[in-house]
Design a protein around this ligand. Structure first.
Ligand code: KIV
Ligand code: ZN
Length: 503
């Protein structure tokens, strides 16, 4: 039997970015989009242009810069949304308008206050309108898994009759179980007129931990596109995880009879970039990209691995781009060696960022001596993170110790003026954050604080990730330094700048 291609529709920058606390700047979204291009996904959903100016700008920038993949923009089934999406996609290599309306009575009645007939009419109009901008129109029936099957099929058929080329079946609330979801996809494949001429897509959420299983089951009943997000990020419990979907298909391609065009060697790099820029940590035991995914602890497993890797290893780490770290650079290494090692690691930086990263590398090498690949990756990822610096840290000074009240003084540049303030606290981090609150005048609630070492050794770089609540919204911040107080301060200032960017 001929193997069938499964299209990978990546929604990291749209549904993924809807996860609480994630606020990516346009530049950060562009970095991720470039890496998704390297990963070779088929379609990059870059945002929901009507929802905010920055989403519009992100879709526009991704459309202007991604020249080998499809770029999708989300739009409700209303003309204004579609016009704004079409405008943002102008210039895209392969523009895709992704329009949606709910098909379930629960949504239509309680949320949209629409009848089924009105939904049919809106779907028809939306697809017709989208034709002004592109030939590739995707139509989603939101909450498909809790919809009346017969009405769902009528809605999908209407979208096809008006020109939709991709028909998406979302399990919006992550409610479906595998047998039920695959039977729904099979029912659609058998009962919607014209379905054989379009792509059936699925979009599963992970509320019951079944997003990946449901997506794979759907493939076996005729779905040819899977919507997923790197590291499984997304609304609530997230979307189906891209790396899991891709590696299930790659590892079991013979049995499934399908393949993807994903360059699996780029998986780890993509996961790491998304993890760093979004601030969403990856659990150590996460399938494929967790840091323990390839570590064999039990004696009997280690024994087997030493004799023959296939005893306990179903995926070679190199296949997803995991390479053992080497000690490579030191304080005598020059610009050329630095740039070359970054290139070998697949880390690409624009010229200005490369210069800044090199300066940071030199400063770190002066403190630490030897710099390994994990340190380099942390420096580069930190350089890529970019949000407008409304608050610019100038200096900090902290006093803390046994039987001393911790005190911090923070100096910052705000709109060209130097400001400073001091505060006492319950430890050096608390004191610093209070001093920052006094300088910035922003009052937030700290709800999460995480710290980890990016590599081994007592002199390792510390990476701090925090989440604060400001005006009811969660905002993340992160920072790195070999000094963990400095890393904490940087993370807090980063969050403050993200609040300003989104206010
Ligand atoms: O989960 C969902 O239903 C969505 C749609 C917009 C496709 O994200
Ligand atoms: Zn979704």
């Amino acid at each position: 039997m001929m193997s069938r291609k499964i299209y990978i529709f990546d929604t990291t920058l749209r549904d993924g970015e809807q996860a609480p606390g994630i606020h990516l700047s346009v530049k950060e979204k562009l970095e991720i989009a470039h890496q998704l291009e390297n990963l070779n996904v088929d379609i990059i959903e870059a945002g929901f242009p009507i929802s905010s100016a920055s989403d519009f700008e992100s879709v526009k920038e991704v459309s202007a810069n991604v020249k080998s993949r499809g770029v999708a923009a989300l739009a409700r089934a209303v003309e204004k949304d579609i016009d704004v999406a079409g405008e943002a996609l102008r210039g895209a290599f392969q523009p895709v308008i992704h329009t949606f309306i709910s098909s379930s009575d629960i949504h239509l009645k309680h949320q949209f206050k629409k009848t089924r007939d009105q939904a049919l009419e809106m779907a028809a109009k939306a697809v017709n309108r989208a034709k002004k901008y592109t030939d590739i129109i995707e139509f989603s029936a939101m909450d498909a898994t809790r919809s009346d099957r017969e009405f769902l099929c009528r809605l999908l058929q209407t979208a096809i009759e008006h020109g939709a080329k991709i028909i998406n079946v979302p399990d919006t609330v992550g409610y479906a179980i595998p047998g039920e979801f695959s039977s729904l996809v099979e029912y659609i494949a058998q009962n919607v007129k014209g379905i054989e001429d379009v792509i059936i897509s699925v979009h599963c959420h992970d509320d019951l931990g079944l997003a990946v299983a449901n997506s794979i089951m759907a493939v076996q009943k005729g779905a040819s596109q899977i919507e997923c997000a790197v590291n499984g990020i997304g609304e609530r419990a997230g979307n189906a995880s891209l790396e899991e979907i891709v590696m299930i298909i790659d590892t079991r391609k013979k049995e499934l009879g399908v393949y993807t065009d994903i360059k699996t060697e780029e998986i780890m790099r993509t996961s790491s970039l998304v993890r760093y820029l979004t601030g969403y940590l990856v659990p150590p035991n996460k399938a494929i990209v967790g840091k323990n995914a390839f570590i064999h602890e039990a004696g009997i497993h280690q024994d087997g691995m030493l004799k023959e890797r296939s005893t306990y290893e179903i995926i070679k780490p190199e296949h997803i781009g995991v390479h053992s770290s080497k000690l490579v650079l030191g304080k005598h290494s020059g610009r050329h060696a630095f740039a070359k090692r970054l290139e070998e690691l697949g880390l690409k930086l624009q010229k200005d960022d490369l210069e800044k990263a090199f300066d940071r590398f030199k400063a770190l090498a002066d403190k630490k001596g030897q710099i390994n690949d994990k340190d380099l990756k942390a420096i580069v990822e930190d350089e890529i993170r970019e949000v407008a610096e409304h608050f610019k840290l100038d200096f900090y000074q902290v006093v803390s110790g046994t039987n001393v009240k911790a005190t911090a003084t923070i100096g910052m540049e705000i709109e060209g003026k130097m400001r400073q303030s001091a505060a006492c606290g319950d430890g050096p981090v608390d004191a610093s954050f209070k001093a920052i609150d006094a300088v910035t005048g922003l009052h937030t609630q700290l709800v999460e604080y995480n710290i980890e070492a990016v590599s081994e050794g007592k002199d390792a770089i510390g990476s701090v990730r925090i989440m604060v609540i400001s005006d009811g919204k969660e905002v993340m911040g992160s920072g790195i330094s070999t000094d963990i107080i400095e890393a904490s301060i940087k993370a807090y200032v980063d969050a403050m700048n993200r609040i300003m960017e989104n206010s």
